[in-house]
Ligand binder design. Structure first.
Ligand SMILES: [Ca+2]
Length: 321
């Protein structure tokens, strides 16, 4: 089970509304037939030293392509280009690649934007190459919005050839927070403490001060059994991260000490991550390998709640990305 988790102080993360889907827009393109590497340029990593050039006649269709060689001791050698990443858009890089001889490896990198979250597999994907040209595609959803780069990196001592690089940006802005009620999320819980309601779970409000207690957070019954809260989506959604804003009162924070994230995949509840928060935290972020899910659940084992009230689960907001 792939799990990364990072607790941060409470942040108010704005939710992004859905906009109509449209065609993907090409934002970077390179076929190297003009004789230059542009808009790409050479970059080296670690102890790598890059040698990158356009070579004529070796492309998949007999035209020019780019050759990336790592002539350093280790590390990597890349072709990089500058990008302006927009929050909530999916970026896809498609390219042709092969090993110059034998086998090699290429990493495709697209920025995902949120350094607080360690994504499973990192920000790039590795692909094994043989001597035959192959088309490779890698997609990442950018979560933050910033200028950064995209690249193709040669990790091997064997040089690689690449061609026909196209990076597209999805015109459909993903609803960053699938759980949000305004985006169609429907909250429920295994039980409710007297006077509490499920609505605060996904109303988009993480700020607690000045709010009536029944609107600040959702609290399950206080009983020595498993508890869960759930948010259902209006359809199947790509899901790879859950953010939980725990309830807080004054200086006291009520983060659950043990919990599990489950995703509803088809008809099956599938555990996707286990987490624990031994110390009180305002926010828990749990990342996992992306699944296509129609609902997400946070499940707490008996007694896994906050140290002060171990038999209940007390949450101000759940976000799902
Ligand atoms: Ca809330």
């Amino acid at each position: 089970m792939n799990l990364t988790r990072l607790a941060i102080i409470a942040l108010v993360i704005g939710a992004c509304a859905l906009v109509p889907a449209g065609a993907a827009e090409v934002v970077v393109q390179a076929d190297f037939n003009g004789g230059t590497l542009e808009p790409f340029g050479p970059t080296s990593y670690g102890d790598g030293d890059v040698q990158a050039e356009v070579v004529e006649g070796l492309g998949p269709d007999g035209s020019a392509c780019a050759r990336i060689a790592n002539v350093g001791q280790a590390g990597g050698a890349a072709l990089s280009c500058s990008m302006t990443y927009l929050r909530g858009h999916a970026y896809t890089i498609t390219f042709q690649a092969r090993a110059e001889e034998g086998s090699a490896q290429v990493s495709a990198y697209l920025d995902r934007g949120d350094w607080r979250v360690k994504y499973p597999g990192g920000y790039s994907r590795d692909f094994a190459l043989g001597e035959q040209w192959q088309e490779i595609t890698y997609t990442a959803i950018h979560q933050q919005g910033r200028g950064y780069l995209a690249n193709l990196r040669c990790n091997s001592p064997t040089p690689i050839l690449v061609d026909d690089i196209v990076i597209t940006m999805s015109d459909a802005v993903f609803a960053l927070n699938w759980a949000l009620a305004a985006n169609g999320g429907v909250a429920s819980a295994d039980s409710l403490y007297a006077q509490y309601r499920v609505e605060p779970l996904n109303d988009g409000v993480q700020v607690l001060a000045g709010t009536d207690f029944t609107r600040r957070a959702t609290t399950t019954a206080e009983s020595d059994e498993p508890h869960w809260v759930q948010v259902s989506f209006p359809g199947e959604r790509p899901l790879s991260r859950v953010v939980i804003y725990w309830a807080a009162e004054g200086e006291a924070v009520y983060s659950s000490r043990r919990f599990q994230i489950e995703a509803l995949i088809g008809e099956q509840w599938v555990p996707v991550a286990e987490a624990d928060e031994p110390e009180p935290v305002y926010v828990s972020m749990v990342g996992f390998d992306e699944v296509q899910a129609t609902a997400v659940r946070i499940v707490q084992p008996p007694g896994g709640g906050p140290a002060q009230r171990p038999n209940l689960m007390w949450i101000s907001e759940v976000e799902a990305y």
